[in-house]
Design a protein around this ligand. Structure first.
Ligand SMILES: [Fe+2]
Length: 899
């Protein structure tokens, strides 16, 4: 019997053209599991008979934190779980059942027994149950189990551990999945042990289970998806508007067209709208019941954190609005002191019936969070880092330049290689869009060198927000926004800091685009009205940069582009697949936060449109800019080379000569990139010993095809997609995915509150143009520059809304899992070598932490702290942090895009 099964396995394996690896797999099965010769001999002779196998099941009941009386309810539910309510059935990894389509033989059904103990850990409500299996020893090692939930409510199955499996010792199953009552599924819920294997290495009795599980996860492609569904499928961004409410509420469908390409989102399958059958209808605004595959939804604690912050912030906006009734000047800040009051004194809360009503709608525990200083009834934001030490250092030119290297959007600045800067916009359509900045504007300020010398010695830089914005500027300026496309030239000085030399503000020509840009050049000035004009010019640059940051650097280039990889991974790679195990931690919570974003942030009339200057054109503009997205340029070294910020040179660390040595994002980023790359290489090389295995891996090939042709389907014909034919392709692609989901997102996300929490430093909106000499606005700028500045940038209500939003987005949750950590550690795989490689990765990240802290204290590196005295910690990994504290820490690289 045993021999027969081996032959079946071998036959299956040779069919799949990877005989070599199969032998290795079989040897591992014999040796790796502690299977000694005697046990194997017993199996082959069908000896052994029935044995009891003890199992421990860890699970969590639904909504534990929502219950009023947690203890009593929990006990109720534990009792309810006992008594044949939940059954488990082991599946043999060795013997197939001819009467069941050659699926692995099933053991006898066993039921959850009495609870062993409640685990008092962070994850409240976690419970352990015992289970005893009658297992025929001749069936060999179990490789999977089937679970059936006969209760009326779901539970979260964390792990199952079998002890004393004959000849194998312990067998572990890491499940981390919601199991709904059986009647919700048309199939059995199957979980596999933590053995990692390529499709061709899968024991034959498990192959069908493996394939069927993927088919289940792909779904039928039709119908509205429900809470308990586990379906991963693709859809266009056709759910942002509400066309039934009128034209103003309709929004462009993003994705599926040449003009508006976009990465796909997770399919929800809601009904189409009446007006436009191609658009999907929306849920009510405050409903958070958006479908995402069940296991992608926030875990309990995380979600309640998110809700608390979200509702608190909503309160911080709604409440002042109520308060503003009767306060005529509410929508303008009168002075910078007025702005500071948001952080220092707080804004008094109103009382009265409207507040009472709001109170009734919010659960008490969230209200405590909402009104942080309950006794004083004051609304107060935390002090943003950028003004913590010095209230006015943000205004300096040095800080303005430094934030391009170490702020929240350090991914735009590039080395200037031709002067004057040229536009890449189509001349036939947009006329002459080249820069009007001339040498005479800037050379007097260049510490004695000429423009040509500065370019030759790699000292000229540009923050270029011209070409991206210009095509949309006419439309944007037809709203209340009054904005310019901007170019900022900077000089690298001997001390490593950047000195701004000129800012060019450009508008479309009033007589039509093909007449070219109308531009004005502004140069630094410290005093008088010229000084105020220069401050305003810098503010316009900050507005373009903050809009581009939020829409492109943050939303599009991290949140949106990762979602298709998550969908494809779950549809095409089995949980047993090594690449699934490699990438899965980097996908945690992303589909859910993106779904919430579509619901309340990026939708028509949502927070993004209200707070970011492109307003209702914001998402459409991001689709146009997705045309420039190139997967292989998302890795840090390629990005730095493309922007001219690094020159390939093998004499330098990581093979790159950074043209600005004190470029904190690049310096720390390359360390992190290299650590990720080494880890991915070590890991992939263990499973793919040669390129043929990459080519012959059916799941991997389907996965990559789907990423290209469906997930990023609007880019399917791009020549730059790695062909996924070699180990190098695989390592490069996985390194990029992990980099984008972890470090890149952290770099552009968690600095939002520290830098933009104080809106004057990074305003999101401009409401009027630069005052012209001779006008009343110019006179005001001369007499009262602060008032003029505040009247130009984001207004008070928008500020409150924007600051509330970025306060949420900049927070680390209390159950954050940082790069170099895994929540399924140490049982995520049964393979020792990959575990050791992961430990090396963690150790290296901890060393990088020390290095970053050391550099931040070293006075030579002026850009790491700057005039505002905010050390660069956005790429501090926090791999050593297990504190579960979370909050506005300004440091830490979570594994995934979760906020
Ligand atoms: Fe984010």
């Amino acid at each position: 019997m045993g021999f027969g099964s081996r032959s079946e396995t071998m036959q299956r394996l040779s069919e799949m053209c990877c005989v070599k690896i199969n032998r290795k797999a079989i040897e591992q099965e014999d040796h790796g599991n502690g299977n000694n010769g005697t046990a194997a001999h017993n199996h082959r002779n069908g000896g052994g008979g029935s044995k009891k196998i003890r199992g421990t099941v860890k699970l969590m009941k639904k909504n534990v934190l929502d219950m009023n009386d947690m203890k009593a309810s929990l006990l109720d539910r534990i009792h309810e779980l006992c008594g044949k309510g939940v059954s488990l059935q082991l599946v043999s990894a060795v013997h197939s059942d001819p009467s069941n389509g050659l699926r692995g033989k099933l053991g006898k059904v066993a039921y959850l027994e009495k609870w062993i103990r409640k685990i008092t850990s962070l994850t409240a409500g976690e419970t352990e149950f015992g289970v005893t299996f009658d297992w025929d020893e001749s069936m060999g090692v179990p490789g999977a189990f089937i679970v059936r939930n006969h209760h009326h409510s779901q539970f979260y199955l964390k792990t199952v551990t079998l002890e004393g499996v004959p000849g194998h010792g312990a067998v572990k199953f890491v499940c981390n999945s919601w199991v709904y009552p059986s009647h919700r599924y048309k199939y059995d819920r199957v979980f596999f042990s933590n053995k990692t294997c390529l499709p061709c290495q899968t024991p034959a009795p498990l192959l069908k289970y493996r394939k069927e599980e993927l088919v289940n996860l792909r779904g039928s492609g039709s119908g509205e998806l429900k809470e308990w569904d586990r379906v991963y499928d693709y859809a266009y961004y056709n759910d942002l508007g509400k066309p039934d409410k009128g034209r103003d509420h309709a929004r462009q469908i993003l994705g599926g067209s040449e003009d508006f390409p976009y990465p796909r989102r997770g399919r929800t399958g809601r009904k189409p709208t009446k007006t436009d059958p191609n658009c999907e209808s929306r849920l009510p605004l405050l409903s958070l019941d958006i479908y995402v595959p069940r296991d992608e939804r926030f875990s309990h604690i995380k979600f309640s954190d998110f809700l608390a912050y979200a509702l608190k912030s909503l309160g911080q906006v709604v409440l002042p609005e109520i308060y503003s009734i009767g306060n005529k000047t509410f929508n303008e800040f009168d002075s910078f002191e007025d702005v500071l009051r948001l952080y220092e004194g707080g804004i008094p809360l109103p009382s009265g019936p409207r507040f009472g009503k709001l109170k009734n709608r919010i659960p008490w525990e969230l209200l405590k969070e909402l009104v942080r200083n309950d006794g004083e009834r004051l609304l107060k934001f935390p002090m943003p880092d950028v003004i913590k030490v010095d209230r006015s250092a943000w205004r300096t030119d040095e800080e303005f330049g430094r934030e391009m290297l170490a702020g929240v959007n350090p991914v735009i600045i590039s080395r200037l290689q031709e002067f004057p800067p040229r536009s890449k916009l189509d001349r036939a359509k947009y006329g002459n869009q080249n820069s009007t900045i001339r040498k005479e504007h800037i050379e007097r300020n260049m510490n004695g060198i000429t423009v040509d010398e500065a370019i030759r010695s790699n000292r000229m830089f540009i923050l270029n927000h011209h070409d991206a914005l210009m095509p949309y500027l006419r439309l944007i300026n037809s709203t209340t926004t009054k904005m310019y496309a901007t170019r900022t030239l900077l000089l690298l000085q001997d001390d490593g800091t950047l000195k701004p030399l000129a800012i060019e503000l450009s508008l479309p020509h009033s007589q039509g685009d093909y007449h070219g840009a109308v531009s004005k050049v502004f140069t630094p000035a410290e005093n008088g009205v010229e000084g105020s004009v220069w401050q305003l010019a810098k503010a316009y640059v900050a507005v373009t940069d903050s809009g581009y940051h939020q829409l492109i650097s943050h939303w599009l280039n991290t949140h949106a582009v990762i979602e298709p990889f998550i969908i494809a991974t779950n549809r095409q790679l089995s949980v047993m697949h090594p690449i699934y195990k490699l990438l899965h931690p980097h996908f945690r919570d992303t589909m859910n936060i993106n779904a919430l974003a579509r619901q309340i942030l990026i939708n028509a009339g949502g927070v993004l449109e209200m707070t970011v200057f492109p307003g209702k054109y914001a998402m459409e503009m991001s689709a146009v800019l997705y045309k420039n997205w190139v997967f292989t340029e998302q890795g840090l070294p390629a990005d730095l080379i493309k922007r001219g910020m690094a020159i390939p040179d093998s004499r330098f660390p990581h093979g790159l000569n950074l043209v600005i040595r004190d470029y904190p994002y690049a310096v720390d980023g390359l360390e992190i990139w290299s650590a990720i790359e080494t880890w991915v290489k070590d890991y992939c090389s263990y499973y793919y010993t040669h390129d043929d295995l990459v080519r012959g891996d059916s799941e991997l090939q389907s996965w990559w095809t789907e990423v290209r042709t469906q997930g990023h389907g609007d880019k399917k014909d791009e020549p730059w997609w790695p062909a996924m034919q070699t180990r190098a392709d695989l390592i490069q692609s996985c390194t990029i995915i992990i980099w984008v989901a972890s470090a890149l997102h952290a770099a552009v996300n968690f600095g939002q509150y520290p830098y933009a929490g104080y809106l004057p430093n990074r305003p999101t909106v401009s409401r009027r143009f630069m005052p012209e000499p001779g006008t009343a606005e110019y006179e005001e700028l001369e007499k009262n520059p602060d008032v003029a500045y505040l009247k130009t940038i984001t207004a008070q209500l928008q500020t409150l809304l924007g600051v509330s939003l970025i306060e949420i987005l900049s927070r680390h949750s209390t159950d954050e899992i940082y790069l170099g950590q895994r929540d399924d550690y140490p049982d995520w795989t049964s393979d020792e070598e990959p575990k050791q490689a992961f430990q090396r990765f963690t150790d290296r990240l901890i060393k990088i932490e020390d290095r970053i802290m050391g550099m931040n204290q070293d006075k030579r590196w002026k850009n790491r702290v700057g005039p505002v005295k905010v050390p660069y910690t956005l790429l501090y990994p926090s791999a050593s942090d297990y504190s579960n504290v979370g909050g506005l820490t300004g440091k830490g690289i979570p594994n995934s895009i979760s906020i």
